[in-house]
Design a protein around this ligand. Structure first.
Ligand code: BES
Ligand code: ZN
Ligand code: ZN
Length: 504
């Protein structure tokens, strides 16, 4: 956890274990002139020489950590490069440099850092936005799933105190940005924590309880349907997937109402398979190993609802999460079974490992029937094909409405969560034809394009409502080499959905 303070007093007057400066590539000492002067005069007389000798030029992630003796205490001066001024990447570079900086503080075993905030003008953004992004990066970098680590040394510090040293002129906006950033980062880290919990702990009833807690704490509306009601309502997709598990499945609906009358309504739907073994179409061990991540969409949606309850956008937002395990047993759904969904359509279940689309079909149908939505966005670890196509750095984006796609690209830009659109032409529809039902739950091998054919399956359940589908199979877990992440859950979706709602 991070506790963040703001000050407009000189950075070297702050009390801290570390002092951190992010620096542009090709910097001249003059750039942080006064500070540089003071720093060299008081503590690091050979700083420029050291930088030269160590070839510190300010390239992204260039790192220099130097001990200084301040009043008989060894503290560390941390310099991290943010790279060149390239309009495309500079804010993301700054996020990464900030995440990297906090990791350096950890490596020094520091628990507090005074951090010089760069000028928002350098990035062509508002100070409030910059402070928000920095706060998010710091808090995300501080996250560590250590519930089960029993040695103090590996567990690390629980709390880091950050003092942001800022220009007095912008202190107020920056303080506001930090507040928003903390709210978003809390939601991201909450989602990550739920995903990182072992799958025998974070089960469908457990995640439903988490949603109830969020609703209670933030005064959101909530409905929870359990397996019996789900069967009775005719949600044959969710029923079919849950049948192999002893635990109940759930459909959880969280509701945020805007103050404004006649505000538009946006529905977020998140895939919540708390463990995906594949069912009777069982996965090989290597692919099953990380399948506790298969509720990342639901985690993102539930956590986002908690954040929005505090940030209060001008639109109504409904979060729907179908929660189930996908396990084999003598009761489990068999390849060849046919499911009848909440909207009356049917699908032949040729492969029980394509279960995400089955539970989403009922959730999407529910949204269309009961929520009067102006738009629906689903978030799902849906296909290995998407992870192969885009890797861990872009979430797959598909949909039926250009304005909604544009809005998601815009939210992506603001939030830093990258998306990439895949096509959804009608030619792909033939891939999911079935001889015995309205559709098949897997695409024909001839057409390939597994991410796209899965999206086509989902499109059967949204009628004409503007809809977008985010396939986070590649981006939800174990994303390498981004300093504000770690191995494990990323919380992907939260930052994007929050910005989408706030900028609607
Ligand atoms: N949960 C998986 C998709 C997945 C793969 C998520 C890798 C995260 C990382 C999904 O339920 C699944 O098993 N999809 C199958 C579909 C296939 C049987 C048509 C897949 O992608 O292999
Ligand atoms: Zn599966
Ligand atoms: Zn799955």
């Amino acid at each position: 956890m991070i506790t963040c303070k703001v000050t407009s007093n000189p950075i070297l007057d702050q009390k801290a274990d570390c002092y951190a400066f992010t620096i542009e590539e090709g910097f001249a000492a003059a750039q942080f002139s006064k500070l540089f002067e003071e720093l060299t005069k008081k503590y690091l007389p050979d700083l420029l020489m050291i930088m030269k000798q160590r070839k510190f030029t300010g390239k992204l992630m260039d790192t220099l950590v130097l001990p200084m003796n301040i009043k008989d205490k060894i503290v560390y001066c941390i310099f991290v490069g943010v790279g060149k001024h390239d309009a495309e990447t500079r804010i993301e570079n700054y996020r990464r440099a900030i995440g990297h900086t906090l990791k350096q503080v950890m490596a020094c075993r520091g628990e507090s850092v005074a951090l010089h905030l760069m000028s928002a003008r350098l990035f062509g953004v508002k100070p409030q936005y910059l402070a928000k992004q920095v706060t998010i990066a710091l808090n995300m970098a501080a996250y560590h799933f250590n519930d089960y680590i029993t040695t103090k040394k590996s567990k690390g510090s629980e709390v880091y105190e950050v003092t942001l040293c800022v220009d007095a002129k912008h202190k107020k906006e920056i303080t506001q940005g930090i507040k928003e950033g903390e709210c978003i980062a809390d939601a991201v880290n909450k989602a990550r924590h739920w995903v990182d919990l072992p799958p025998s702990i974070l089960t469908p009833p457990h995640l439903a309880d988490k949603a109830k807690e969020i609703a209670k704490r933030h005064e959101l509306g909530i409905k929870v349907f359990a397996e019996k009601q789900i069967n009775k309502m005719g949600m044959g997709g969710l029923s079919a997937v849950s049948r192999g598990s002893d635990l109940d499945c759930y459909l959880v609906i969280l509701e945020y109402r805007a103050k404004k009358k006649n505000a538009p309504t946006v529905v977020f739907v998140g895939k919540g398979i708390t463990f995906d073994s594949g069912g009777l179409s069982i996965k090989p061990s290597v692919h099953m190993e990380t399948m506790k991540e298969d509720m990342s969409g639901a985690a993102a949606v539930i956590a986002t609802m908690g954040a929005l309850a505090q940030l209060k956008p001008d639109i109504n937002v409904i979060g729907i999460t179908p929660l189930s395990e996908n396990l084999p047993s003598d009761k489990a759904t068999k390849p060849g079974d046919i499911a009848c969904f909440y909207n009356g359509k049917t699908a032949e279940i040729k492969n029980t490992d394509a279960e995400g689309r089955l539970v989403l079909a009922d959730a999407l149908s529910y949204a269309v029937k009961h929520c009067n939505p102006d738009a629906i966005i689903d978030v799902a670890t849906l296909t290995g094909a998407c992870a192969y196509a885009l890797g861990p750095f872009h979430t797959g984006l598909m949909g039926n409405n250009e304005d909604l796609i544009d809005a998601i690209y815009e939210a992506s830009e603001i939030s830093g969560e990258l998306v990439w659109r895949l096509p959804m032409g009608d030619d792909y529809k033939q891939a999911i034809k079935s001889e015995v039902a309205d559709m098949s739950n897997i695409g024909s091998p001839k057409i390939m394009a597994g991410a796209i054919t899965a999206a086509h399956f989902l499109q059967n359940f949204v009628d004409d409502v503007p809809w977008a589908h985010l396939d986070i199979a590649g981006t939800a877990f174990n994303v390498p080499n981004i300093p504000y992440y770690r191995p494990g859950a990323t919380g992907v979706g939260v930052r994007l959905l929050v910005e989408l709602a706030m900028n609607w």
